[in-house]
Design a protein around this ligand. Structure first.
Ligand code: HEC
Ligand SMILES: [Cu+2]
Length: 330
């Protein structure tokens, strides 16, 4: 009677513990709900592995608890020997074969899904994938669309369209990761990596740099705005140089220098004449700078790989909205 009660309490306790975690949804066991075919295939693999490992966990831990209860001491002397058993061929075969089969099943499933995760679909009916270039920088994402339009930290994409992203890094390793739209792909200096997505509904998807890349790694968040084909077209044809300059300021410089250039991680620069000296500014943006103390706080070469139009857009924006003029001498 007492034993049944104990088992019941254990089972109830365990189910309560699991229920809480499962109910927490995405904050608990489950990954984000996939909204792209490659993300669903990753999710399928996750489910199969979670199911098998979950079963193994329940069987192993259940047996452990069962043995503890069933074979407890019951006042036997400590020196009493248990039965001495040597070899059990059938049992040994089973516990060798079953794990091999499980691992083979997982491997087969994942290899079956892999091409659908990695390979960019030809998308013939859509006239091929839409190719967007991504440049990862300390500490922002830059997107270049086929017509040359550039945006910072926000990627616009048409719904249902296969979008291939070509990932580059301008400084250190980063990792492109939008969980709802597929797996993580590294951005490696000197190499180009590719991934893709095909969003199944209009919406905003959050991404985050997945590779620790320096002091503002956490600020390397991206948002993917999936919208109708016409909204996408009107977006990419409407980014004015002033709007680009604004994105460059707030998405690149302001993360360190503060939104009005008041300083933060970097020095206060609102009144620094370098802001309006074209050559001097380009030099710092392309080379980075590390002359002030503490030397640990350096400015990365945030403008590496920028086009002339990008520099011009930033210069115009700085003059119009950021630069407050040098404090008059004294
Ligand atoms: C990762 C942080 C970071 C980002 C992003 C950043 N800066 Fe800096 N910036 C710094 C630091 C740190 C310094 C001081 C470096 C030193 O002098 O050692 C600095 C220095 C400067 C200076 C002063 C140069 C001088 O010697 O007087 C200017 C001007 C400047 N940054 C402009 C910009 C602009 C414009 C952007 C955006 C395109 C930008 N910075 C982006 C961190 C940053
Ligand atoms: Cu990063």
């Amino acid at each position: 009677m007492r034993r049944k009660l104990l088992v019941l309490v254990l089972v109830l306790g365990a189910s309560l513990a699991f229920a809480a975690v499962a109910a927490a949804g995405n904050g608990g066991f489950a990954p984000e709900t996939p909204h792209s075919p490659n993300a669903s295939r990753i999710n399928d693999s996750y489910k199969l592995i979670a199911l098998l490992t979950g079963l193994i966990f329940v069987i192993v831990e259940g047996a452990l608890v069962w043995f503890i209860v069933r074979y407890r001491n019951r006042g036997r002397p400590r020196t009493a020997e248990g039965p001495q058993i040597h070899a059990h061929t059938r049992l040994e075969l089973i516990w060798t074969a079953v794990p091999v089969l499980i691992v083979a099943a997982i491997a087969a499933f994942v290899f079956y899904k892999l091409p659908g995760i990695k390979d960019v679909p030809a998308a013939k009916a859509q006239g091929g994938p839409l190719v967007v270039r991504i440049d990862a920088h300390q500490f922002y994402w830059q997107f270049t669309y086929p017509n040359g339009t550039i945006s910072i930290d926000e990627l616009h994409a048409p719904v249902h369209r296969v979008v291939e992203v070509e990932i580059h890094s301008q400084d250190v390793d980063h990792s492109w990761w939008v969980p709802e739209l597929g797996g993580k792909f590294d951005a490696i200096p000197g190499r180009t990596t590719h991934t893709w997505f095909q969003a199944d509904r209009v919406g905003t998807y959050r991404g985050q740099c997945g590779e620790f890349c320096g002091v503002f790694h956490a600020e390397m968040a991206a948002r993917v705005f999936v919208e109708s084909e016409s909204a996408y077209r009107s977006y990419i044809s409407s980014v004015t140089p002033m709007a680009l300059g604004g994105q460059e300021w707030s998405g690149v410089c302001a993360k360190c220098h503060g939104i009005s250039g008041q300083g933060g991680y970097g020095p206060a620069i609102a009144a620094n004449t370098v802001l309006v000296e074209q050559a001097g500014l380009r030099h710092i943006l392309e080379q980075g700078q590390n002359v002030r103390k503490p030397l640990a706080s350096y400015m990365p070469p945030v403008g590496r790989g920028w086009t002339d139009a990008q520099f011009t857009a930033l210069e115009a924006y700085l003059k119009a909205h950021v630069y407050k003029g040098a404090p008059s001498g004294g």
